[in-house]
Design a protein around this ligand. Sequence first.
Ligand code: GMT
Length: 376
Amino acid sequence: MKIAIVCYPTFGGSGVVATELGLALSKRGHEIHFITYKQPVRLDQLSSNVRFHEVHVPEYPLFHYQPYELALSSKLVNMVKLHGIELLHVHYAIPHAYAGYMAKKMLEEEGIFIPMVTTLHGTDITLVGRHPFYKPAVKFSINSSDVVTSVSQSLKEDTLSSFNITREIQVVPNFIDVSKFDRKSFTDCQREMMASEDEKIITHVSNFRKVKRIDDVVKIFFEIQKKIKAKLMMVGEGPEKEMAEELVKELQIQDKVLFLGESHEIDKVLCFSDLFLLPSEKESFGLAALEAMVNGVPVISTNTGGLPEVNVEGVSGFLNKVGDVQKMAENAIFILEDKERLKKFKENAHREAEKFDINRIVPQYEELYQSLLEKV
Ligand code: GMT
């Protein structure tokens, strides 16, 4: 199949999932065209089966806001015609599903019928999409898609309760390539550069937005380090980073917390981590938690959104109410304080992650595409 994938090219989960999906599909013989404003961060292997088409938005002084949707829909029309693309898969409703729908309609005028799959990722529904400024357009684009998928059951329910949806929503969970971790060489893991042997390593990875409750990450760690010798690795960039740095200074734990910035090599940090913290306000799935788990890192998270579908209570980690710093710290200490218990949780975390192996999930998308193309 010739498939166009539209996504955000940044470090965010939706772009990562879209890129990994495209790469996996290309390995299964499909021709994938990524269409977005910058080369996606995880797209490091362009080939005859994997192409990238950049959307340019020319600056024009008349426009207070440059019209990205317009440029994207025109680019989609041109690329579909030029490369004979058969199907659009757009990730994140805003504005991708909207632009995709416009492209579909323009192509129909020329007698080209192309189905569109829209995958909802979370913040496009739970944060941004339900804002009255966007809501009618988001509802319209979801209802106008040929197939709608969501990355968790919880996100499906959130979507149905926030919007008047007339389409069926299929849950296709996010995934991970488990084989990558089985093949990993031991030398990649340079633990000694980060902490001494008797220190536990605790990690958080995110885009440092308010929804991640970065202050809770620091507060949970503050409680842990009172009882257990530990270091905290903070990976990522975002608006809450400065506040977190201030808090770390205020709590006088600067020597125990490392802000590593954005990284292309998350797995190299996760491979020596003992525990992962994800105390988010909302999380439709929690891809970061799954990435930790496949690396054998237990997860202390909140029990919000889709997190209970990924992190299993008492097995791969623990889940507590949003903001319950004390409980999350107690659970973290419970896992870390006993060597055998920690080992068990690490094994469990990896085993639970295997349920989301790429080879189980990608065929679900393939089947869905196939059945759509049969209807055209
Ligand atoms: O985590 C973020 O804030 C980024 C955001 C995105 O749109 O890239 O992530 C969302 O999509 C991910 C991939 O499906 C999910 O794993 C995240 O849980 C979801 N984030 C939220 O719901 C806050």
